[in-house]
Design a protein around this ligand. Sequence first.
Ligand code: GRF
Length: 192
Amino acid sequence: MEKLTGLKKIKTAVFISGAGSNLKNIIKFSKIKKSPISINLIISNTHLAKGLRFADQFKIQKKLFNFKNFKNTERNILLLLKKKKIKFICLAGFMRILSKEFIKKFDGKIINIHPSLLPKYKGLNTHIRAIRNNDKFAGCTAHYVSAKLDSGKIILQKKIKITTKDNPTSLAKKILKLEHKLYPTAIMKIFN
Ligand code: GRF
């Protein structure tokens, strides 16, 4: 990844589908001086994404794409990204799988946060799977996005112990907190 030159922050888009706690956290991080990125666009595939409220709260442009016609949608997203001079993409709870053509256009410039210790538990329901398997540890992974789901190069991971008291809900809560620490650290690692 290119190093930061001067004081200009790298224009970044965040893609969401849900609550947007990672989005909020990344926006806050982007505002601190040492952050290499600024958040200039929020994209969602659904108007139900509660995280869209952070676009209004922080006065960032938001745009909905319904992905009914996948190819057209991706083409329109790429046009918007170009128009906005976006150079980096953070997926944060985005529930659509981007095509390999799209990923190629932003090669090495799309990252994601996943709530498991990859390569374990790609896809959904990570916490219940970790508990059912009696895993001793769970955690989260920041990784580059490649054409294969949750399989791109790992940037950073953070882990915690699974206790006998844990259930999928308690574990999800703990890991989300961990994600909020990990995502900005991973972004710093990429650009520094
Ligand atoms: C997080 O657990 C993230 O790892 C996963 O989806 C969840 C999104 O949470 N990909 P939020 O919308 O950022 O609160």
